[in-house]
Design a protein around this ligand. Structure first.
Ligand code: GLN
Length: 183
């Protein structure tokens, strides 16, 4: 099982560490050829404007859309969620609102209950996080903060607006790897 981590910008190294700890073979993705043979892909948090420029520079837009179309699981976190939305890569039927929690609240933590994660709530770290402003009928909302969706699923796509790679709770990465294995 080989899992890619988009490594143009952002905290891809922390994701790679968690995935390796969980037993996955990890490949950093920087150019289209890196997507070949991957069983799943993580889109990390970071800065969506910079990530967009990197994707354009490397010609990764169409290859990423083609990869998603194969049904391979994709896990988008924070800026990675933004990248997957209608206004960026157009892979997921959602519209993200960037820096949605306002300038003052750049960073906070919250406990979130996920319907498909066993055990105590997930302690979620939000850093200048987006929320999901609008979602199509095939999108299942998994968690909200103050009534705003911050986690969702659409088929093989799983997005959260916080940073699961910070801290030592690896259950969301493990959940993603279950999807990769199942496929
Ligand atoms: N605010 C960032 C953006 O809009 C996302 C923040 C993050 O990934 N932690 O791209």
């Amino acid at each position: 099982m080989i899992v890619g981590v988009l490594a143009l910008q952002g905290d891809f190294e922390a994701h790679a560490r968690v995935l390796t700890e969980l037993g996955a073979e990890v490949r950093e993705v920087r150019v289209p050829a890196d997507l070949e043979g991957l069983d799943g892909l993580v889109m990390p948090g970071g800065e969506s404007t910079t990530m967009t420029l990197g994707i354009e520079r490397e010609g990764l837009g169409d290859p990423l859309r083609a990869f998603a179309a194969t049904g391979a699981p994709i896990f988008g976190t924070c800026a990675g969620l933004i990248m997957l939305d209608r206004e960026h890569l157009g892979i997921m039927d959602i519209t993200a609102r960037r820096n949605a929690f306002g300038r003052q609240v750049r960073s906070f933590e919250a406990d979130l209950d996920f319907p498909d994660i066993d055990g105590p709530p997930v302690r979620a770290v939000f850093i200048r996080a987006p929320w999901i402003d609008d979602a199509g009928p095939e999108v299942e909302i998994l968690a909200e903060v103050d009534g705003h969706p911050v986690a969702a699923r659409q088929g093989s796509l799983f997005v959260i607006s916080f940073h699961p790679e910070l801290g030592d709770d690896t259950r969301l990465h493990a959940r993603f790897l279950e999807d990769v294995r199942a496929r």
